[in-house]
Design a protein around this ligand. Sequence first.
Ligand SMILES: Nc1ncnc2c1ncn2[C@@H]1O[C@H](COP(=O)(O)OP(=O)(O)OP(=O)(O)O)[C@@H](O)[C@H]1O
Ligand SMILES: [Mg+2]
Length: 523
Amino acid sequence: MMKTKTPRPRASKARRASAAPVAAPKAVTKAADGSSPSGGLSLQLEQVSLISFLSDRGGAAPTRFEALLEEESSRDEPAPPPPPLPQAPPPLLQPQVLPMDADEPMEDKDCCILSQDFFCTPDYITPEMPQPADDYEANKENTPCPKSPEKSVNGRGKRYRTDCSPKGLESTDFSFDQHITPIQFDDPIQDDSDQDQLMQVMQPAMQKRGSYVSQSAVSLRCRVTPPPCIKNPYLNTDPVIDDVYGGRQCKSGFSPSIGGGGLSRYRTDFHEIGKIGTGNFSVVFKALNRIDGCLYAVKRSIKHLNNDMERKQAVKEVQALAALGSHENIVGYFTSWFENEQLFIQMELCDRCLSMDRNQPLQCREALELLYQICKGLDFIHERGVAHLDVKPDNIYVRNGVYKLGDFGCATLIDRSLAIEDGDSRYMPPEMLNDKYENLDKVDIFSLGAAIYELIRGTPLPVSGPQFASIREGRISLLPGCPTQFQSLIKSMMDPNPVRRPSAKEILRHQIFEKLHPAPAKK
Ligand SMILES: Nc1ncnc2c1ncn2[C@@H]1O[C@H](COP(=O)(O)OP(=O)(O)OP(=O)(O)O)[C@@H](O)[C@H]1O
Ligand SMILES: [Mg+2]
C-alpha cells in the first residue's frame, strides 16, 4: 500500500536520517603581528598578564621561555622608577586582571578581539577559496571556522571618489585599497571633507597609540557605507542596469535602510532591483552588485534561523552547490552569508522558471531539448555523488535559452550518508513514498520524466488519488503529437522499478538525440 504525502512537503519534512548536531565554529585566535620578533612579543605582552602563569610554577627555576620573556621586557621597556621604600611588597603571586570597563571607549586591542569574533561567528561563512571539497560533508562536526582576514598594520589612507554621475560610474580606475569612506548614508557624492570626518572618528585612537589605527575598526566603520554601483565595462548595456546609472534609482541605491545593527552586507554590496520570486522557504531578489556591476539573484531565507540545527539545514543547499562546482546546466552559485539570522545566497540570475509558463504546453521539440540539457546537469551531479531530490518545473530555470537546474535545498548524497528529505510529492517516485532509498539518482530521473510529462500535457500532476497511484504503477496516458520513441523514453524514466529506469548518462546516449545533438565527427 502506498503512502501518500502532501505536496511541497518540505515545509513539514521529516528527517529520515539523523544528523549529528553541529558544534558552533570555534573562534580562531591569532597572535598580533609585529615587524620584529621583539615588537611582536611586546605587543602580546601588553594584553596578556603573565603573573598567574608564572605563579602556577611555585618558584621553580625559570624556563627558557620565561627567561626570554624577562629578557624581552627588560630590553624593550624603559628602566622602571625605583620602588617606594616603605610600601608593602607587591602582590607577586596574585593573579592580575587587566582593567576593562564596559563603558570604556573601544580601543585597538578591543577592535582586534572584535574583528576576530565578528569574522568567526557563523554570520560569516563565505569560504575564502570556494574550492569544491573532496567530499560533500555537511554532517561533519567541529568544522573549523574560516580563517580571519590578516590584520594589517599598514595604515592606508587612500579613498576613491563615490561619484554617482554616469561619468564617475564608468570609471574603473580604483582599487580596493582605496575604499575608505566615513559613515554617511544620504549624500551620494562625497568630497574631501570625507577624509576629515574619518580622521575625526579615528583621532582619539590614533592619539592614544601613536599613528596606528586598526584596519578592522576602519573596515567595520566603513562597511556601513555602501559604495556606488560601479559600471562593468565588459557588459553590454542592460536596460535595468542603465536605469540605475541613469540616476533614477541612484538616490535610493545610495541611501539604504540599514537594519540589524547597521552592518548589512546585502545592502552594502548590492543595489536591490526588485523581488523575482517566493518559495516556501525563501524570497528571491534581482540585485545589482555595486562593485562588479552585474545582476544576480539573491535568495534570502524567509525564516530567521535561530539555532544550529536550522542553520545547518539551510546551508546544505549552498554546501552542495559549492562542492559541485559550476556546470552550464546548474544555476551558478557565487557566495553566501548569514545576516540577521537569515541565509543569503548569491546566484546566477535566470530569466524565468518553467512553472511560469504552465498554461502553455511545451512543444515536443522543446521538451526534448529540456530533457537533454537537464540530463547533462543531472549526469554532472550524479557523477559527483549528489542527488537533487526536488526536480520539478519550479526548480528548472531558463537563461538565454539554456535550461538550468536550481534549488538544491533537498540535495543529498547518493550513498545515503546524509539526511534524506522528500521533495515535492507530485514528482516523487513510488519508492520514496515507501521509504526505499537504494537508488537516489533514479529518483531524479523519475521526477524529470514526470515534470516533462506534465509540461507537455499542460495540466498539473495530481497530488493524490487514483490518477496519482496509477502514474506510479507505470500507467501514463499518451502525449499528443510526440513521437513514440520519445513517449517510450518518458515512460521508461517513470518506471515503477528504479533499477529499470535509465541513468542520466544512458538517456544522453539515446538515439533520439542524434539529430538534435549530433556527436562530434571523429578525425
Ligand atoms: N537564480 C534565479 N534566477 C531567477 N529566479 C529565481 C532564481 N532562483 C529562484 N528564483 C525565483 O524564486 C522562486 C523561489 O526560489 P526557490 O525555489 O529557490 O525558493 P525555495 O523557497 O527554496 O522554494 P521551494 O518552495 O521550491 O522550496 C523560484 O520559483 C523562481 O521564481
Ligand atoms: Mg524551489
